[in-house]
Design a protein around this ligand. Sequence first.
Ligand SMILES: O=P(O)(O)OC[C@H]1O[C@](O)(COP(=O)(O)O)[C@@H](O)[C@@H]1O
Ligand SMILES: [Mn+2]
Length: 662
Amino acid sequence: MTFCDENNIDLIKEELRYLELLAKQYPSICAASTEIINLQAILNLPKGTEHFISDIHGEYESFIHVLKNASGVTKRKINDVFGNSLREKEKESLATLVYYPEQKLELIKKDETNLKDWYKITLYRLIELCREVCSKYTRSKVRKSLPQDFAYIIEELLHEGNKKVNKLEYYNGIIETIIDIDRADEFITAISKVIQKLVVDRLHIVGDIYDRGPGADIIMDKLMKHHSLDIQWGNHDILWMGAAAGSKCCIANVLRISLRYANLATIEDGYGINLLPLATFAMNQYEKDDCKGFKPKTLDKLLTETDTILFSRMHKAISIIQFKLEGQLIKSHPEFLMDDRLLLDKIDIEKGTINLYGKNYKINDTNFPTVNWKDPYKLTKEEECLINKLTNSFVNSEKLERHIRFMYSKGSMYTVYNSNLLYHGCIPLNEDGSFKEVEIAHGKHKGKDLLDTLDRYAREAYFFKNDKKSKAYGMDILWYLWCGPDSPLFGKEKMTTFERYFIDDKSTHKEKKDSYYKYRDSEEICSYILKEFDLEPDSSHIINGHIPVKSKEGESPIKACGKLFVIDGGFCRAYQPQTGIAGYTLIYNSYGLLLTSHEPFESTQKAIKENKDILSSTIILEHVNSRKRVADTDIGNELKKQIKDLEMLLIAYRKGLIKEKK
Ligand SMILES: O=P(O)(O)OC[C@H]1O[C@](O)(COP(=O)(O)O)[C@@H](O)[C@@H]1O
Ligand SMILES: [Mn+2]
């Protein structure tokens, strides 16, 4: 005993009120000692595996697949257990069974001639694999993860090794019975799900769950069922948080992006938001306009001619509403320093030009039926009525509320976890690499303080329902976080949405990145950032998402000699031609850090039928020979504190300062 020296009675006396409370939970010397032994045992277990994923962008099928294969962890466990005793094909098939038990069973049952034999072999293999996966956890944690129906049987099988001769019959008996009473399918499914769950102890989502792809709502449903995760908000997530809070600028942007990718399923089917008012408005206002510049990006989706024209009109209608609303917001917040984004008033509609930074450019479309050029940011009555209706739908969507509340409860601007600093975009820096001061609500903030302050305002936007002024300010901050020049989630000087729709000259489309992106390859700057977040630079890392790594052009996801990793998942199919792969994910297990690159995911069906995985290669970033234990983690530090408290309680019992309650 160190800290709790028997003679350190004064300290114990000071803590007596707290220890009395603790005594309620551990009412005797025996109870307190048992807990100390339990906690000490946990400290010696290997550290749990962490899985980092980012920039999912609604691609639910590939995301769910990566969750299931845990970026290769499941395959590695299969290799550890079966090594050369199984053929590669058998290992692949076993892996697919673990990922998709119900669907794979269907296929196997169609082909297998001796099903009983197959069940028997497979059950043995799954139990072996499950035992390996569970070996990192306490029995109690494993027990809590078991499905009710099979909890007792799985526990028996896991802890009764089939090698002990006297237990062999008992063990075999259970397996035979499972098959004979026709419960093998259910058992295989149950144990596969236990393996899937326990293979990763903690999931980190480094932002951008929403937009572009077809099923962000499906991803959110999946995440809500996950046993242990944290989220670092991405600029697209914050946009949806703003929309759910009722920010009209955010709502217009969300709808514009959904229409740009012809992805209305999330809005309409996922969140039950009625788009009929927008469709009717667009058909009336843009009746004679084919809105060519607003044709949706459909990727492999097939759209009818009628839908294409309808979506294009809706897309243009909501874009114009967005530019007007954003103009109003920018004017009311001069401290956002976004006046250069006031563009409608720079249009000379007669000449068909726009004046940008002193230079005239031709605009490719001059049909603005709702713009009054004397007051271009004013909404027409119809536009106002429409955006009010849409806002009502967003704030009253029950499912959206559930998802966004979850985003708030699990999410934040950044996370520090086991010596890693996780954030989506950047920490704004000056040209010289120092932290950039940003003005928010009449105060200046930089570095960690900037992120903490923005985090607070982001919460006020949603939760300050009775303080309308603070809520409105918070909502404007959410929009600023989406596209403001010093937003840590956006990290670019401007979002050139208007230019990309209306000006063909591509030089105007450029979005200059924050100085951070120039410096993040520097060890010195990464250390400077880590220190700002109270981390020890030599043993810590920064984990970043947001900007896709262009592997095709030889860019590496490893920056600053391994101090910073960019894991933009590249799930976003629209961006895969540029990146060349489907991005990176990171694994942090008890031996170190591994970066996995992924191939584009074709389909769940193909993954099941052909046992196709999408892992292309794994780079070991750091490897230690002595495994990291729970004692070396954040949870370990918490447990050590609990042990110290319990040791004090023991002394208090023994000295009679607190009486045992028998
Ligand atoms: O290619 P799209 O979907 O039009 O989006 C382009 C816009 O998306 C952004 O890249 C932001 O989205 P990301 O956070 O996914 O990078 C903007 O900088 C850019 O203006
Ligand atoms: Mn992003």
